[in-house]
Design a protein around this ligand. Structure first.
Ligand code: PLP
Ligand code: KYN
Length: 574
C-alpha cells in the first residue's frame, strides 16, 4: 500500500503524527479535507455541480469521496507513526519527562540501606538521549519525584532551601547545641551536645545529693539497672537484638574483651586479618593480644593486612574475600573497621561475614565510624562481634561509655568457649550481691560487663539515643544519603576545585556513610583546614593530606552543605 502513496502525503502524515496527540489528529484531517473542498468550490465555482466524465456524480461528490479516502488513509498511517505526545500519556513509570529533559530510571536494590532506589540511567533532550554521567544518585531521584524539579536546579542556590523545607527531620537540629556562627561538619570526630542532657544530668546530681546510696534502687533511673534504659535503644540503632548489646567501658577496652573471647589461636589457626591502614588503636589492641597470649609468634607472623590496590584508596570487597580464601586455614579472626576512619569507605559487612563463616573464621568489626551513621544490621548480617564508641555520631560526649555487640548465637557460650574478662557487673544479676566467687556470666553481651557503669555517662548517651528513637535510624540514613550526595555533587561541580582536591570516599552510596574525605592535592592541608576554620567551617584533618567533611543528618542541613562548599571554593580560589 505504501508505494502507491504520494511522498508528500507520507511526510505530512509523519510530521503531524509526531507533533499532535492522536485525539487531535482526526480533527486535523477533517479540517484539511473540508478546507480542500471549500477551496475547490472557490476556485471552480462553475464546474462544482457539473457531472464528471461519463459518471452520474457531480465534481463535488467525487471530491468528497476522494477527500474522505484521504482522511481515512491518513488515520491508518497515524497508527504506523507513534506520536511523542501519545507516549507522554502512557508514560512508563520508569521514565520522567519535562519540557527539556527525559530521564529513564532503573530500579536498584541497596541491600545495606534496605530501601530500593531508582537510579537515572540516561538523561537528555527527548530526541537526543545521552548517557547520564553524574546523575547516578538517589538525590536526583528525590528531586524528580519528591520535589518535582528538573535535576539541573540542583546547582542553584535556592535548591538547598527547598530541600530543607521538604525535610521531615528538620526538627532534630533544634534538639542540639549547635555552636554559634559555625557550620559544624565534624560528627565523625565528636558529636554535638543534646539540649536535654543538662536537665537530665542536673536531676541526677540532685538525686545523688538528696538520697545518696539509695539512688541505686530509686528514682526515674535506678543506677543499679541504668544500662537497661539504653540497651533497646542502642539495639535499634545498630540493627541488633537487646540480648546482643552491651553498654560498657570504651571502644578499645571492649575490643580487648572481644579479642579475649573470639581470638582463639591454635597451632595452625592463629592469624588475624585487618585492613592495611587501620585506626592505630585497633592495631595496638591486636598486637598486644599476640604478645599477651604468649603464642610464640611475632605480630608480623600473625597479622595479615588487606589494602587498596596501588593508585587507589578503596579496598575492594573481592580483595578482602580473596585474602580470606588465601588464608582460610590459618585465620582465626577477621577484624576490620566497618567505616574506614580516613577514607569513609563502608565495607560490605554481610558479604565478608558470610564468606569467612564458610571457613569457620570469626568476624568482628570496629564500628566507631558506622554506629549512628549507617543503618547497620549487625544481627541479620550474622556478624560475630562488634564494638564502637558513642562520642561520634551517637553524641554522648568526649570519652563516653561505649557499645559492644555479640551475636545471639553466642549468647549461651560457656566461659571455656568464649572466655570473658570476669567482673561482678557481668555476673548473673540475681546473685550479683550474694558475693559468690564463682563467675556465672549473664546471657549475651551483658555477660561481657566488668564494672558498674558511670551513670553520668549512661545519661549522656540516653539523651542522644532518645533523639535517635524520635527520628528513626532508617529515616536518618535516608536523609544522610541525600545530604552527602549533595555535598559530593556540589564539590564536583566547582571548576575552582578541579586539580585542587580529590575525593577519596567511594561514590557508591552503598559503600559510604555521611563522611566525605577529600585529598588536598597541591596546597598545605593544615593551612586549608585553618582557612576553613577562620571562615566558620569546622571539619577535621588527618595526616598527611586528608580533610574529612561529615554532614550529619541529625543537625546538618542542605543549606549547611551549600555554605560549606561555597567556603571551600573560596579557600581554593585564593
Ligand atoms: C576507628 C576507631 N577505632 C578506635 C578508636 C579509639 O577509640 P577509643 O579511644 O574510644 O578507645 C577510634 C577513635 O578514637 C576510631 O576512630
Ligand atoms: N577521641 C578523640 C580525642 C581527640 C582527638 C580525636 C579523637 C577521635 O576520636 C579521633 C577519631 N577516632 C578519628 O577518627 O580520628
Amino acid at each position: 500500500m505504501f508505494h502507491t502513496l504520494h511522498p508528500v502525503l507520507l511526510i505530512s502524515t509523519f510530521v503531524v503524527n509526531k507533533i499532535l496527540p492522536r485525539t487531535a489528529q482526526s480533527s486535523f484531517y477533517i479540517v484539511v479535507a473540508t478546507a480542500m473542498e471549500l477551496a475547490t468550490e472557490q476556485l471552480f465555482p462553475n464546474s462544482i455541480n457539473k457531472q464528471v466524465g461519463g459518471s452520474n456524480r457531480t465534481l463535488q461528490e467525487v471530491l468528497q469521496i476522494v477527500l474522505l479516502g484521504f482522511s481515512i488513509t491518513c488515520l491508518i498511517l497515524s497508527g504506523l507513526f507513534k506520536s511523542e505526545s501519545d507516549t507522554d500519556n502512557k508514560k512508563p513509570n520508569n521514565q520522567i519527562k519535562n519540557k527539556n529533559l527525559i530521564l529513564k530510571y532503573e530500579t536498584r536494590e541497596y541491600k545495606n540501606n534496605v530501601k530500593q532506589y531508582q537510579i537515572p540511567v540516561y538523561c537528555g533532550k527527548a530526541d537526543q538521549v545521552a548517557p547520564l554521567s553524574n546523575a547516578t544518585s538517589p538525590l536526583h531521584l528525590h528531586v524528580e519525584q519528591t520535589l518535582k524539579l528538573p535535576t539541573q536546579d540542583i546547582y542553584k542556590p535556592h535548591f538547598a532551601k527547598l530541600m530543607d523545607d521538604a525535610d521531615k527531620l528538620s526538627f532534630t537540629k533544634n534538639l542540639f547545641h549547635v555552636p554559634e556562627n559555625i557550620t559544624y561538619m565534624c560528627g565523625n570526630s565528636l558529636g554535638l551536645q543534646p539540649k536535654s542532657l543538662q536537665a537530665m544530668l542536673q536531676n541526677h546530681l540532685d538525686k545523688w545529693a538528696h538520697v545518696g546510696v539509695k539512688g541505686h534502687f530509686t528514682g526515674d533511673y535506678p543506677w543499679f539497672e541504668i544500662e537497661d534504659f539504653l540497651v533497646d535503644k542502642m539495639a535499634r540503632v545498630v540493627g541488633a537484638k537487646p540480648i546482643e548489646i552491651g553498654i560498657m567501658n570504651t571502644l578499645t577496652s571492649n575490643l580487648h574483651s572481644l579479642l579475649t573471647a573470639f581470638y582463639n589461636p591454635t597451632d595452625t589457626r592463629y592469624k588475624i586479618l585487618i585492613e592495611e591502614s587501620p585506626f592505630p588503636s585497633d592495631m595496638h589492641a591486636i598486637t598486644s593480644h599476640v604478645l599477651s597470649r604468649r603464642i610464640n609468634k611475632s605480630p608480623e607472623q600473625v597479622v595479615i593486612q588487606v589494602g587498596a590496590k596501588p593508585g587507589s584508596d578503596i579496598i575492594t570487597t573481592q580483595d578482602i574475600l580473596d585474602t580470606i580464601t588465601q588464608f582460610k586455614d590459618e585465620l582465626s579472626v577477621v577484624m576490620l573497621g566497618a567505616v574506614h576512619f580516613m577514607t569513609g569507605q563502608f565495607l560490605d559487612l554481610e558479604a565478608i561475614t558470610k564468606h569467612a563463616h564458610q571457613y569457620d573464621i570469626m568476624v568482628g568489626f570496629d564500628c566507631a565510624h558506622a554506629a549512628g551513621n549507617i543503618n547497620l544490621k549487625l544481627h541479620d548480617w550474622n556478624v560475630d562481634f562488634a564494638c564502637w564508641c558513642t562520642y561520634k555520631y551517637l553524641n554522648s560526649g568526649p570519652g563516653n561509655i561505649a557499645g559492644l555487640f555479640v551475636h545471639e548465637r553466642h549468647a549461651d557460650a560457656s566461659m571455656k568457649e568464649l572466655p570473658r574478662h570476669g567482673g561482678w557487673w557481668g555476673h548473673a544479676r540475681k546473685t550479683r550481691f550474694t558475693l559468690t566467687n564463682k563467675f556465672i556470666p549473664q546471657r549475651g553481651a551483658a555477660g561481657f560487663q566488668c564494672s558498674n557503669p558511670s551513670v553520668t555517662d549512661c545519661l549522656s548517651l540516653l539523651s542522644s539515643l532518645e533523639i535517635f528513637d524520635r527520628a528513626g535510624i532508617d529515616a536518618l540514613r535516608e536523609k544522610s544519603v541525600l545530604l552527602t550526595d549533595y555535598l559530593v555533587l556540589l564539590l564536583k561541580a566547582q571548576k575552582e576545585l578541579v586539580g585542587e582536591i580529590e575525593i577519596l570516599t567511594p561514590s557508591d552510596v552503598q559503600r559510604r556513610g555521611c563522611q566525605v574525605s577529600v585529598r588536598v592535592l597541591k596546597r598545605d592541608m593544615d593551612q586549608v583546614n585553618k582557612d576553613l576554620d577562620s571562615r566558620g567551617v569546622v571539619c577535621d584533618e588527618r595526616e598527611p593530606d586528608v580533610i574529612r567533611i561529615a554532614p550529619t543528618p541529625l543537625y546538618n542541613t542542605f543549606q549547611d552543605v551549600y555554605r560549606v562548599v561555597c567556603e571551600i571554593t573560596k579557600v581554593f580560589s585564593k
